[in-house]
Write a protein that binds this ligand. Sequence first.
Ligand code: SF4
Length: 554
Amino acid sequence: MTRLALCGGIYSNPYALRAFVADARRRGAERLICLGDLGAYGAEPEAVWPLLEEHGVECIAGNYEVAIGSRQADCLCGYTDDTDNVFGQIAYDYTFAHTSEAFASWMTTLSTERRLAVGGVDLHLVHGSPLALNDFWWESLDDDAHRLRADASGADVVCCTHSGLPWTRTITRSDGGETLAVNVGVLGRPANDGGRHVWYALLDLDDGSASVELVPLDYDWRAQAASIRAAGLPEAFAEVIETGWWTSCLEILPPTERSRGRFQLYRSVLAQLSGEEPAPSERPVVPLFGSALFPDRLWIYTNFDCNLACGYCSVASSPRAVPRRLGLDRFTALVDEAVDAGVGEIYVTGGEPFLEPDLVEMLLYASERLPVVCLTNGMLYRGRRRQELGRLAGRPGLTLQTSLDGTEAAHDAQRGRGSWARALAGVDVARSLGLPVRVGMTETSANAGQGDALRDLLARHDVAPDQVAVRPLVARGHSTDGMPVDQAGTVPELTVAADGWFWHPAGADRATSPDLLVGGPELSLVEARRRVVERFLTLRQRDGSLPTIYRCAV
Ligand code: SF4
C-alpha cells in the first residue's frame, strides 16, 4: 500500500505548510504532493519555497504559479465578480511584489498536471479540473458537469484543489468506468465552515484500488493572522483565518456552498438589491439572514382551523380546516432553536391562534425570550379564553395584531355579520390589558382607500396610526385574486407549521401552496434557513431580477 498526502492552495501560509508536512509524515505518507496556488492572501510567499524544497513536496503549477512565473498582470483565478476581483488583485499584487525572481523562475519549471501510476491506480493530478487550470470544480455541480470532468480525465482518481473546499465523490464516466474525484481542500485558509483548521487529503493506493481520507489540520493560525495584519493586507484576509468564515472572494461560490457559510453577500450588492445601506463596518460582506432582503423573523403557525371562513384566506383556513396543531412541545422547541439561531422576533399566527388551547402558555414562553407578535381576528376573548388572556396582561415584548378590513360593511362582507364589532371589541380588550395592539387591513376592491378612515377610528381606540398596516390581497389559499407570492418574486420570511417549513407566511398551507414548501418538519431551523438562502441565491443568479418586498408584518 502506498500512502500519498495531497495538499493545495498554500496561499503564502508557511505555518499551515509546516503543520501539513509534520502531520502527513506522522500518518505515514510516503510522498507529499501540492496541487498549486502557493501564493495569495498571506504575507509570506517567499517562506513557502524553502519548506517545499526541504521536505521534498512535489508540486504542480496552479494558476498563481503560471501567472507569476510568466509575470502576468493578474492571478488568472477566474473570478467573475468585480468585488471578488478587487480582493483577488490585492492578493496577487502583494504576492507578485514579494516573490523573488528565483522563486518565480522555479515556478516555470512546474507542469500544470501530472499522471502517475501508483499501486496499480491511474492517478491524475490537476489544479482546477481536467477541463482547465482555473476551472472551479464544485461539489454542488450537477451529475452531467461532474461526468464531463471525469470523462475529460478518464483516470481512476483525479485530485484537484482550485475551488478551495474539500469533498470526494465517485463518478460513473460515460465509458462505464468509475473515477474517484477528490478536492483536497486548501492549506491557506479554512473551508468557510466556522473552524480555524484547514484541510488536506490522504490517498491510499493498493493493488488497483484507492481510498481517501480528508484530514482537518490544526496549525498556528494566530501567527498567520498576525503576519497578514503586520503586512497591511486587508483585514478581511486575517478575519477568515481567525473565524473560519470567508469574508472576501465569496461571490464565486455557488448558492449551495455559499448558503453554508456565515456570509452570503457583499455589502455593495445588498445596497444595490435592497436600496438600503447596511450599517458601516470594516467587514465587506453581510449575512443574507437579518438583512433587508431576508428579515431575521420566524413565523410560527400554531394551527390552521379558524372560527371564520374568509373568502380570501391565504392559507385556506376555516372551521372545517384540518387543525394541524403544532403542539406546545414543538412550539417551545422551535422558540429555543430560534434563540440559538439568532432570530430577532417571532410572529405567531394561524388559522385563529386562540383556538389553540395552549396558546397563552406558548405566548408566555416565547415572549420571555424574544419579541412576539400574535396575529388574531380578535373575536375569541370570551369566557375561559378571556380569563386565560388575563395572564398576558402587561406582558413585555408581546403585541397583539388584529385584522380589521376597513369599514364595518366591508369587513363583515368578507368575515361575516357582527365580526367587525367583535374584532373592535377585541382591540379594546387587548388595550385594557396593557398590551400593544397593531391592526392589519387586507385591501381588496371592496375596501380600497379605507385605510385612513380606519386609522382615524382606531386612534380613538388608542391604536397609533403607524400601527395600522394596509396590505394587498394575496392570490393564495382560497383567493385567486390579488398579488402573486412566489419564490421568484417575493422576499422570503421563514415560516414553520406542523406540515413543515415554508418560504413565506402568505403561503404556508401545504395543500394550496406546495410550491412554497422548503422542507418537512424534520428539518432544523438552521437547515431550513440555509435552504431558503440557497434558493434565494439561485433565483437571483438565474436572471438578476430584484425580489419584491411583501411583508405580512406591520
Ligand atoms: S383570513 Fe384569518 S380570520 Fe379569515 S379564515 Fe383565514 S385565518 Fe381565519
